[in-house]
Design a protein around this ligand. Structure first.
Ligand SMILES: [Zn+2]
Length: 339
């Protein structure tokens, strides 16, 4: 089968690799219907994380082709969505809603899903079947549920977005934009999106943003405070992961407010004295996307939400290298790869 491999920073190739097969009795093998490139794939691409001959991709939707002898609920022919962490969905941490920390978790990125087929461990716990075969126009949204939508949703929940609350969103990548959508669905009264790009501002407004702040860093903090009577937002979503963005998020939050942080942290150091004086709640990390999948699939299936709009470039899998380039150069927000 064809699969995307990153040989080193900036070196992405599509190669012929061996087809995946059932290894554990709880595995499934799926044929991908679509896959995509994640903002986090750019860290190794840019040399900010070590990479050598790594198979790529952790977002996926597709049709089950084969299941192991212990798989009970997932059937061959099902159309399924899964999270970037495979999880059993039965251990104590899973049952508490922290499937990203499942005691048996497997990171899908180590197996790769930018490929024609993929092995999914712990299939019963990991995969959620849709009510039937989706209309083709639903596939981008279902694919978004696999990571960026679920991650944005977790960020909004961690930030306690809800009725009567003002939510600020730092980061206008796919996760930030879908954090806006999630905050809207959770009933937030006002949503301030931080973005300097006209096209992303427009999508943020479509997803529910009521205000746009174009300033970054402390100027951005000052603008959020201006918009909130000098107090700061109740809820702030951090969807970047850099020092500047994390501090902007904490400083934009009012005392007693909540920060939901989901940008993968890179060289971030929070000064202890500032954290102490801030008086804010911090919660975040890798999102337990699996927790939200049944609800997200339902909202997409009912056409209540259309998170697939974050994909602004579609390329065939064979042109994955072009997709990485486009996201690296920010000419695309998120790239969908067709099969
Ligand atoms: Zn578990």
């Amino acid at each position: 089968m064809r699969q995307v491999v990153m040989h080193g920073p900036g070196d992405v190739r599509v190669e012929n690799r061996e087809d995946p097969r059932i290894v554990e009795p709880t595995d499934a093998v799926i044929r991908l219907s679509a896959t995509c490139i994640c903002g986090s794939d750019l860290w190794p691409y840019r040399g900010a994380e070590p990479v050598e001959d790594q198979v790529m991709g952790h977002e996926y939707v597709g049709v089950v082709e084969e299941v192991g002898p212990e798989v009970r609920t997932v059937r061959v022919g099902d159309f399924v969505v899964g999270s970037f962490w495979a999880s059993d969905n039965t251990c104590e941490l899973c049952r508490a809603g922290y499937q990203a920390y499942c005691v048996h978790r497997v990171l899908m990125g180590t197996l790769g899903t930018q490929s024609e087929r993929a092995r999914v461990p712990l299939a019963d716990g990991t995969l959620v079947a849709t009510p039937g075969m989706p209309d083709p126009d639903l596939i981008p949204s279902l694919l978004a549920a696999s990571d960026v939508l679920g991650t944005g949703w977790f960020a909004a929940e961690a930030a306690e977005a809800g009725p009567g609350r003002t939510v600020a969103v730092v980061g206008d990548g796919a996760v930030g934009l879908l954090g806006v959508l999630a905050a809207r669905q959770l009933g937030a009264e006002r949503i301030i999106a931080v973005s300097r790009h006209a096209d992303r501002q427009a999508l943020a407004r479509e997803f529910g943003a009521t205000d746009i702040v174009t300033e970054r860093g402390d100027d951005g903090v000052a603008r959020v405070k201006e918009l909130t009577g000098g107090l700061g937002a109740h809820s702030v979503i951090e969807a970047v992961g850099t020092q500047e963005a994390v501090m902007q998020a904490i400083r934009s939050t009012r005392p007693g407010g909540h920060v939901g942080f989901v940008g993968v942290s890179h060289d971030v150091a929070i000064p202890g004295d500032e954290l102490f004086m801030a008086g804010v709640h911090l919660h975040g990390g890798p999102a337990p996307v699996r927790k939200y999948l049944p609800e997200l699939v339902r909202l997409i299936w009912d056409r209540t939400i259309d998170p697939g709009k974050v994909f602004d470039l579609t390329l065939p899998l064979d042109e994955a290298a072009k997709g990485y380039q486009a996201m690296d150069q920010r000419t695309a927000t998120k790239v969908l790869l067709t099969l």
